[in-house]
Design a protein around this ligand. Structure first.
Ligand code: ME8
Length: 513
């Protein structure tokens, strides 16, 4: 069975920001971890191109929605590539196979008797592409806004198809109870469960006042509500509507949808209800991460504090950024970005605890052992203790990663690196060179073995830097999966001359300084 993982598909009405980058980095790390752990992985991401928000933005710019979508979808894909994302497909909801899939799920829901024609009147937020009940809105300075998201809402009255969401209340509550793992973290499950328990109204799922969407089968005056089409992208990626194909049976149900917390209702309420209606299995899990803020403040174009991921990578390096966002923020909670926070992590965790440990040990091997990998022999209790901590890491971190607890995964790896730093300070191999060269050699062998194990395990987070460290450790490129964790580099392997992989942060010197 293939491990099928997806990100949310972003609205390409603007260019991507650090919040999008955060989601991509986390999902890519998960995909890479599962691959190295021996699974086949299918990792999908893309853009959500229909709907009123896209149409209105295009109108403002005086271009066709398709042109806007083409331009910005390219920017989102470029960001993925820039971040080193290992996605298998970048889906666009304007792709031909997606239109087929969306119309097929609609027809299935209709055949199940869950779609009916009526009139909608209520509040709609174009920015959220969401309908709100009156009591979910408030008047702010004479303007009606969504209470939860603060976005302006407009009164909408039109003929619309409805989905019988109200009929799915019990089945949804059963789903959350019988499969508590369906929504993570727990706080998000509790939130959606109480929303469902408070009573569900039927959902308006088509629009007639604009045409930038997928036509409703059999009634081309209507286009589908953008979320019906958007959510269906996950099925399109699995080859739907060919449900009997080997591909579909291999990929569906998806293993995890990675999304941000603001869209958990769409993914954990509407989506499983649509699927139940269509007679399709629900995904195994929806995991909602928190929001990334700039020094604690919400990023917004009007405040002018939107952080550009390209600038961050330019200032601190790609792997540092990947490490920082995953280590610093408890995955699932909101987090804050600040330059000081990144510099601290870069200098302490990466430069001191990891890079320097590797560099000083490798330099000693270069200088004192002619660059020949020392043997793991004549081990003491301390040596065995440290090795056991490293060798025991895989099952521990695997459990964290399977629950998307990425910060805990890195925390465990760094506990072992800290132990290795304490060990090397206590063993003082630099002093052993004259007094007991054999012991020095064993100590270096232990440290390098720990660095090898930790490096293999954190490759998903920092693919490029760990790759360089593994090169210096003499680990062949085809011996870097988790199945290779038990295979130390043979003693006597000739190691290349080391060079530092994690330098400390240096502030760029201003021109006039
Ligand atoms: O919601 N911090 O698209 P989107 C962290 N098209 N995550 C953030 C963030 C921030 N500051 N801002 C946005 C949509 N995100 C829909 C999804 S899925 C079938 C359709 C996350 O471009 C957000 O939570 O507004 C979502 O997961 C993703 O970025 C895309 O947001």
């Amino acid at each position: 069975m293939t491990f099928y993982i997806t990100t949310a598909i972003a609205y390409p009405n603007g260019t991507p920001h650090i919040g999008h980058a955060y989601e991509y980095i986390a999902a890519d790390t998960l995909a890479r971890f599962h691959r190295l752990d021996g699974e086949d992985v299918y990792f999908m991401t893309g853009t959500d191109e229909h709907g009123l928000k896209m149409q209105q933005t295009a109108e403002k710019e005086g271009i066709a929605p398709r042109e806007l979508a083409d331009r910005n979808a390219a920017a989102f894909q470029q960001l993925q590539d820039f971040l080193g994302s290992s996605y298998d497909r970048f889906i666009r909801t304007t792709d031909d196979d997606h239109k087929v899939a969306s119309q097929a799920i609609w027809t299935r829901m209709q055949d199940a008797g869950d779609i009916y024609l009526d009139a909608y009147s209520g509040w709609y937020s174009v920015r959220d592409e969401a309908f709100y009940q009156e009591d979910e809105t408030e008047l702010v300075d004479g303007e009606r806004r969504s209470i939860t998201t603060g976005t302006p809402v407009t009164w909408t009255e039109e003929e619309s198809y409805f989905f019988r969401l109200s009929a799915y209340q019990d089945r949804l509550l059963d789903l959350y109870r019988e499969h508590p793992e369906f929504v993570g973290p727990d706080v998000r499950r509790n939130e959606v469960a109480s929303f469902v328990a408070s009573g569900l109204k039927d959902l308006s799922i088509s629009r007639t006042t604009f045409d930038w969407g997928i036509p409703v089968p059999g009634d081309e005056r209507h286009v589908m509500y953008v979320w019906v089409d958007a959510l269906t992208n996950y099925l399109t990626g699995a080859g739907f509507p060919d449900v009997d194909s080997e591909r579909f049976r291999d990929l569906w149900p998806a293993d995890v949808h990675i999304i941000g917390k603001d869209i958990s209702r769409f993914h954990a309420v509407y989506w499983p209800a649509f699927l139940m209606s269509a007679g399709i299995e629900v995904p195994k899990r929806v995991h909602a991460h928190g929001f990334l803020f700039n020094k604690g403040e919400k990023m917004s174009k009007s405040v002018g504090n939107v952080v550009d991921p390209y600038d961050l990578v330019e200032s601190f390096g790609l792997d540092t950024l990947r490490y920082f966002v995953l280590r610093e923020i408890s995955y699932g909670q909101d987090g804050s970005y600040s330059a000081d926070g990144i510099i601290t992590r870069k200098n302490t965790d990466l430069a001191n605890e990891y890079g320097n440990l590797a560099q000083r040990s490798l330099s000693m091997v270069g200088k004192n052992l002619d660059g020949s990998m020392p043997a793991l022999t004549d081990l003491t209790a301390e040596d065995e203790e440290l090795l056991a901590a490293a060798r025991g890491l895989l099952p521990v971190v695997r459990e964290h990663v399977h629950l998307q607890n990425l910060h805990l995964y890195l925390g465990e790896a760094w506990k072992v690196l800290s132990a290795a730093n304490r060990y090397i300070s206590a063993q003082e191999p630099w002093k052993l060179k004259k007094t007991d060269p054999e012991r020095m050699s064993a100590v270096l062998a232990v440290v390098l073995e720990v660095v090898r194990i930790v490096s293999l395990l954190v490759q998903p987070v920092m693919p490029e830097s760990t790759g360089r460290i593994l090169d210096m450790l003499g680990v062949p490129a085809d011996a870097r999966t988790f199945a290779d964790l038990d295979a130390p580099v043979p003693a006597g392997t000739q190691l290349p001359a080391p060079s530092p992989v994690f330098p400390k942060h240096v502030e760029p010197v201003a021109e006039d300084a």
